[in-house]
Design a protein around this ligand. Structure first.
Ligand code: NAP
Length: 246
C-alpha cells in the first residue's frame, strides 16, 4: 500500500506513534521517527528494524531545522508526515500556572505548526499530512481546558493548512483518538494494580466499555496516509469508542 513512500512520525518512539511506525513499515513505507529521549528512540528502533531515528524536541525550532536536514539526507523527499508528538496534563482553572500553560501549548500547538513548516520543502505532490488531535477537541471535560484548547487548535490547523497546501497537491487531515492505553496514561511510580484499576475505571466511561489500543489509531492513520483516503481534505477521523460522539 505504501511501497516506495517515506514517512516521518514525530513521537514515533512510544504509544500511538510507535504502533503507527510498525504499521506503515508493514505496508512498505520507509519510516523516520523523532523524539527527545535517545534511549527510548533506540529501543523503538531495535524493535522496528530498519528505521531512521532523529533526536529532538518539536517545540525547538533549531531541532526542527536539524530534523529537516537529517530527513533530507536520509530520504531526499517526504510523502507522509504524522505530526503526533504531544503532551497531556490536567490544568484546573484555579491552580494552573503560566509555565504549565506554555509547556502544553509549546509542544501541542507550536510544535505541530512548525513541524509541518519545517518539512514543507521536502513534501512531495500527492503527500499526506496527518495531525494528531484528540476527542477532547469537541467536549468540555473539567480540568482539561488547556489540553483541549491545544487539540482544538490542531483540529483547526488541519482545515487551514489543508486549504493552503491544496495547490501543492498535499492533503492535510486529522485523527482524533479517544482514551488510548499508552505510557501517556501511566505515572512512573504507579503499581500494576493501581494502573489496572485506572484502565478499568476509564473503560467504564467509554460507550464501547474499554480504553482503545494504539493499533486502532494506527489503522486510521494508515488510511489517511494512503490513496484510500484520496477524497478527504481538512477532515477528522474520530476513533474514540464513542466517547465524544454518543
Ligand atoms: N493516549 C491517549 O489517550 C491519547 C488521546 C488523544 C490524543 N492523544 C495524542 O496522541 C499523541 C501521542 O500520545 P501517546 O498516547 O502515544 O503518548 P506516549 O506513549 O507518551 O508517546 C508520546 C511520544 O511523543 C514524544 N514526545 C513527547 N513530547 C515531545 C516533544 N516535545 N518533542 C518530540 N517528541 C515528543 C515522546 O517521546 P519523548 O518523550 O522521548 O520525547 C513519545 O515518543 C499525543 O499528541 C497525544 O496528545 C493521546
Amino acid at each position: 500500500m505504501l511501497a516506495g513512500k517515506t514517512a516521518l512520525i514525530t513521537g514515533g518512539s512510544s504509544g500511538i506513534g510507535l504502533a503507527t511506525a510498525r504499521l506503515l513499515r508493514a505496508h512498505g513505507a520507509r519510516v523516520a521517527i523523532m523524539g527527545r529521549d535517545s534511549a527510548r528512540l533506540a529501543r523503538a528502533a531495535a524493535e522496528l528494524g530498519d528505521v531512521v531515528t532523529i533526536e529532538g524536541n518539536v517545540a525547538s525550532l533549531a531541532d526542527l531545522a536539524r530534523l529537516r536536514t537529517e530527513l533530507e539526507n536520509a530520504f531526499g523527499g517526504l510523502d507522509i508526515l504524522f505530526a503526533n508528538a504531544g503532551t497531556a496534563k490536567a490544568t484546573p482553572l484555579a491552580t494552573t500556572d503560566e509555565a504549565t500553560y506554555a509547556q502544553i501549548m509549546d509542544v501541542n500547538v507550536k510544535g505541530v505548526f512548525f513541524t509541518v513548516q519545517a518539512v514543507l520543502p521536502l513534501l512531495r505532490p500527492g503527500g499526506s499530512v496527518i495531525l494528531n488531535t484528540s476527542w477532547l477537541n469537541q467536549v468540555g471535560l473539567p480540568g482539561r481546558a488547556i489540553l483541549s484548547a491545544s487539540k482544538a487548535a490542531v483540529r483547526s490547523f488541519a482545515r487551514t493548512l489543508s486549504a493552503e497546501l491544496l495547490p501543492r497537491k498535499i492533503r492535510v487531515n486529522a485523527d482524533s483518538p479517544g482514551s488510548i492505553e499508552t505510557p501517556l496514561h501511566r505515572d512512573q511510580d504507579q503499581s500494576d494494580e493501581a494502573y489496572a484499576a485506572y484502565v478499568a475505571r476509564v473503560g467504564t466511561q467509554v460507550p464501547l466499555g474499554r480504553m482503545g489500543r494504539p493499533e486502532e489509531i494506527a489503522a486510521a492513520v494508515l488510511f489517511l496516509a494512503s490513496e484510500a483516503s484520496s477524497y478527504m481534505v481538512g477532515a477528522e477521523i474520530v476513533v474514540d469508542g464513542g466517547r465524544a460522539e454518543l
